[in-house]
Design a protein around this ligand. Structure first.
Ligand SMILES: NC(=O)c1ccc[n+]([C@@H]2O[C@H](COP(=O)([O-])OP(=O)(O)OC[C@H]3O[C@@H](n4cnc5c(N)ncnc54)[C@H](O)[C@@H]3O)[C@@H](O)[C@H]2O)c1
Ligand SMILES: O=C/C=C/C=C(\O)C(=O)O
Length: 485
């Protein structure tokens, strides 16, 4: 396990004289030191990214780029176990989860966008001209240039490559600022970039924090042509303001307070399995996860009882234990935030169906960032744990009687990222999904991902859509060329 985690600039690992701690959330032990990038390092990374655009990378054909991206996929898979160990060390998440979601998607994101750029077509019009002749009009896409990529800590490799994949596929270069909580896999990817022959300067990594650190230095850098961010809405607003200087495009994937809606005619077992996953997977640290569950009254009591049993059956433990279903939260800071909401729920009069505190852990894990999977009922819709994003393994379950009522409640939130609707009535599923004010609606499923589909949030959950051809809108500059014949 790497003890010193360095920046990756212009194809080389770069140290600095400022270090911050890298901790493992299962026991909060310091497992490494991270070299914090200052303004000089961010300037060097941006300059390297600019130079690469004018160097071999900028001169490559689409097919040459696609071949390199496909080589990236193969090499990430060759080093699968190293990425797995690094991701689990940073996050404490179960290996069973990271080996099925985080690392495979870390590779397949590159494949998805290599395929997309290979197969996407443009526009062509034959235009009659006033002089009786014709002209042809067609579109041509160019890279936007240097893309600043700011990433969160919950799915570090997946969410970083979800941005770097299309950016590189479209011929851009990137400067990545991973979360300070989870620096390892983005750093390891630098070795893979060098190994497969991605030219130096195409992929750069600068470590640090937000304000007055690498994050701010990157988002305010005048030579960064576009900014893509995934993280909290408040942070996204700050970055949006920074992007305004120089009128730079932004792509924002932000917070959520997602609702699951369970109708009485749902496949009960499927709804329980899917809702348990959407509430507790990744210790509830998934932006698409559920923190509000609305259940049609006839099955409410049975549903709450089944959710309680499922939550209490979750094995909380360390990544390497194959029986582990749920790991810790990412940090002490986040653990304190989630525990504060558990206190707030009780103060507001919630019935604690299960959880609400810290699980008993063996002595060697007692200092970890653990929290119990928690279910509440009985709160009014105005309660803070129903309005505010907690980003932990907790949900409030409430009954409803009509479609109109549940739509009103589910949509009454500043966020609008995702929803999961459980019903066997397809017409109702379609009707309800269309009326949900979100970017992503799953029916009888959750987190089922086709990377060609549009992905993003409505309201305060995001700006823009990425995925498939939708990523072209952000990662390319579209030009119309008109030739008079
Ligand atoms: N919509 C999505 O697809 C999606 C996906 C994952 C996570 N999220 C959201 O992310 C949040 C959890 O992640 P987080 O705690 O890392 O978010 P965060 O906003 O605290 O940090 C995200 C990143 O922004 C950086 N940052 C912070 N302040 C900055 C500033 N002023 N300038 C530049 N960079 C700055 C951080 O260092 C980090 O790398 C949750 O709200 C979750 O909903 C959304
Ligand atoms: O925590 C948020 C998860 C986001 C997932 C994706 O962006 C994806 O699946 O592409």
């Amino acid at each position: 396990m790497q003890k010193e985690i360095l920046n990756f600039i212009n194809g080389e690992y770069v140290s600095t004289d400022r270090w911050f701690e890298n901790r493992n959330p299962i026991n909060n032990a310091v497992i490494g030191q991270v070299a914090e990038a200052g303004k000089a390092e961010v300037d060097a990374a941006v300059a390297a990214a600019q130079a690469a655009l004018k160097g071999p990378w900028g001169k490559m054909t689409l097919n040459q780029r696609v071949d390199l991206l496909e080589a990236l996929v193969a090499e990430i898979n060759n080093r699968f176990d190293e990425f797995l160990e690094a991701e689990c060390a940073d996050t404490g998440k179960p290996r069973s989860l990271a080996s099925h979601i985080d690392i495979p998607r870390g590779a397949s994101n590159f494949k998805a966008f290599a395929d997309m750029v290979k197969n996407v077509s443009g526009e062509f019009f034959e235009t009659a001209t006033p002089d009786g002749s014709t002209a042809i009009n067609y579109t041509y896409r160019s890279p936007v240039g240097v893309v600043g990529v700011i990433c969160p800590w919950n799915l570090p490799l997946l969410l970083m490559t979800w941005k770097v994949g299309p950016a590189l596929a479209c011929g851009n270069t990137v400067v990545v600022k991973p979360s300070e909580e989870t620096p390892r896999t983005a750093t390891l990817l630098g070795e893979v970039m060098n190994k497969v022959g991605i030219p130096k300067g195409v992929y750069n990594v600068v470590h640090g924090f937000g304000p007055n650190s690498a994050g701010e230095f990157l988002t305010t850098h005048p030579d960064v042509n576009a900014l893509t961010f995934t993280g909290e809405t408040r942070t996204g607003e700050i970055i949006m303001k920074a992007a305004a200087n120089g009128s730079r495009p932004i792509s924002l994937e932000m917070g959520g307070k997602n609702a699951a809606i369970v109708f009485a005619d749902a496949d009960f077992d499927a709804a329980i399995e899917g809702t348990l996953r959407s509430c507790f997977a990744n210790c509830g640290q998934v932006c698409l996860g559920t923190e509000r569950v609305y259940v049609e009254r006839p099955i409410f009591d049975k549903f709450v009882a089944a959710m309680k049993a499922g939550a209490e059956n979750l094995k909380i433990g360390v990544p390497e234990d194959p029986a582990t279903n749920m790991g810790p939260l990412v940090s002490k800071e986040h653990q304190n935030k989630v525990l504060s909401y558990m206190r707030i729920a009780v103060e507001d009069g919630a019935t604690v169906v299960t959880g609400g505190g810290i699980p008993d852990m063996p002595d060697h894990l007692k200092d970890g960032c653990w929290v119990q999977p928690t279910i509440w009922t009985g709160l009014p819709e105005t309660a803070r744990v129903i309005k505010e994003e907690i980003f932990g393994p907790c949900c409030h379950i409430a009954p409803f009687d009509t479609e109109e009522e549940v739509l009103e409640k589910a949509n009454d939130n500043v966020y609008g990222l995702a929803t999961a609707i459980w019903t066997t009535n397809v017409s109702r599923a379609n009707r309800v999904a269309q009326q949900m004010e979100v970017g992503i609606a799953w029916v009888n499923s959750w987190f089922l991902r086709d990377l060609r589909t549009a992905f993003g949030g409505a309201k305060q959950s995001g700006i823009g859509r990425e995925g498939g051809v939708h990523s072209l809108e952000f990662y390319t500059e579209l030009k119309n060329i008109c030739i008079k014949l």
